[in-house]
Each structure stands twice: as structure tokens, then as C-alpha cells.
Design a protein around this ligand. Sequence first.
Ligand code: PEP
Ligand code: MN
Length: 342
Amino acid sequence: MSPGASDKEIAGVVALVEQSGGEAFVSRGVSRTIVGLVGDIEAFQGLNLRAMPGVADVIRVSAPYKLVSRIHHPQMSTVYVAGVPIGPDTFTLIAGPCAVETPQQTLEAAEMAKAAGATLLRGGAYKPRTSPYAFQGLGEAGLKILADVREATGLPVVTEVVDAHDVDLVAGYADMLQVGTRNMQNFGLLQAVGQSGKPVMLKRGMQATIEEWLMAAEYIAQRGNLDIVLCERGIRTFETATRNTLDVSSVPVSHDLSHLPVMVDPSHSGGRRDLVVPLSRAAIAVGADGIIVDVHPHPEQALCDGPQALVDDDLRALAAAVRQLPPLMGRRPATAATPAPR
Ligand code: PEP
Ligand code: MN
């Protein structure tokens, strides 16, 4: 309320809130009185409280997302991808090539991933490239390769969809749909993956706040799909030594605000092979539910993101970190299991 608001004006606000089915709590300070409103925000929005005499400002305190919020769902969620859990009790390694290039390259990368302890395979058939002249992915031919490699290795597949029109096609092959950083606020795509019936990995927009990220997740949830895993993949800062800056804080912050699992992508965060293992260790220590990592049998020949792909010694170091560190955080490896009933 304004500093000079009268008792009558305060009582007027309280009465209006109560008439709309809400509760109003008045706290009187030395210079100012605050009226706290509890109830259905939509009912309050219709009241035009700002126009009431004595009102100085109306501030929304509660989170603008509901379905993904922890207030509405205090228990942390576990999302199952073809039986592989991503959630608070486990640590999930997803690995594979940035892009599907050939059957041989994809199979070799999948075998490397599996040997390192991965229980899900990543690989892009539709690549959201900054340049229209860069390799755009193999499209459906790439999805077929992923399906064959799943058959050969037993690893369920996580792959990106960049266009709402392709969601049904991609969902026909994939076990989990990935929405990339550049599409985090592509609302038509979010709604389409929300209706796909498949679990979704939602990467954080490189320039998005955590609240915007959770609002994007809410779009998916609103279409009836709560099988959403958030993925922190680095944000844009003034720093040029790394491709993006991994925002480690986003893991505990989003865990506090949302019941959704949160993974980290140390490959796209740093954009540098030598940073992948250190950033993975950081991700584990900060409480991430898993990591998604680029591997390639011949990084120097990769059509996309070769400089960040792990091979040989780096991959062995990653495997050791993923074996040794999560148990210290009370987590077990994420192997396929029967989903617990919700
Ligand atoms: C990817 O994972 O292949 C990718 C393109 O990631 P991002 O959307 O985070 O850049
Ligand atoms: Mn990439």
C-alpha cells in the first residue's frame, strides 16, 4: 500500500480479495503496510487491484509455472527413457556422437559410449547449425541408423528434433526427444513434443534465465507430458576462452524450484575436449542427475563439434569419474529397470 494509505483503503483491498475466494494477510511496518494475497492467481488477476485506492504496487511472489514447480509436486521426479531412469537416486550417462554421420561411425561411437558406462545413446540426425552451409544432419536416414545401432547395442536413443512438423517422424524412431538450446522458446515445438508421448530433454536456452527455462518446460507439461529432463548446456557470457559458460548454479537452483531431473552437457558447455572431464566432475559434485557427452571414433574427421568429442584417454578418464564419483553423492548407475508407478 502507499505510505499514506488509510485503514479504510487497506480494509477495502482485504474485502475485495476475500470476495474473490482468496485470503489477505495484513502486515503493518513502520512506514508501509503490505497486504499478502494467498489463493488462485487467476482470480486475483481479474480484480484490477492496482486501481484500488491506496494501492502502490502489486507484485507477484509465487512462481509463474505450476506443473513443473516443486511447490505443487514436492517429491523429485524420475523420468524413464525406455526403462532407463533419470532421477534423484541414480546417475545417468548419455553419450554418443554429436551428429550421426555414417552407420560405422555411429556404431563405433555407441560402442565407445557403452564401454564408458553410458546407458543411453545420443546422436543428432537433425542438426541446428548456426551456419546454413554447415552439415545439417542426415535427417530420416540418420534416424534409421540410430534405430539400427540401438538394435545392435541395446542402447535406447536420444535425438534432437528441430521442427514441430518432424516430431511424429522423429518420435517414431527415438526413445527420447531433445529440444536444443536454440529452440528452447520455440513454443510450437514445445507443444508438439508435449503431445508426442515421448520423454523430452529440454536444453537451456543459451541466453535464457532459469525461470524462462522452467516456463518452457511448463509448455511441454501443459500438453500432458511430465516426462521432462532439464539440461544445462552453458550460457553466453563475456568469456571467450570457452564456447559457453557452464552455469553450475543452475543445477541446485532448478532442483530447488522444480521436481524435474536436471542433467549437464559438459561438451557443448566448454566446447573443448580438455574441459569435458573437469566439467563432468563439477556436474556430479553439484548434484546433477546425469551428463550427456559427445564421443567420436575419429574426432579429427567429425562433421560437427569434433574439438569437444572424447576419444581414448579422455573417454577413459570420463568413465572413471562416472564410476567413482556418483556413489559419493549417494547415487547408483542408471541401468534399465521397470518404472515405479507414479
Ligand atoms: C547437441 O546436443 O547436439 C546440441 C546441438 O546441443 P545444444 O542445443 O545444447 O547446442
Ligand atoms: Mn554439437
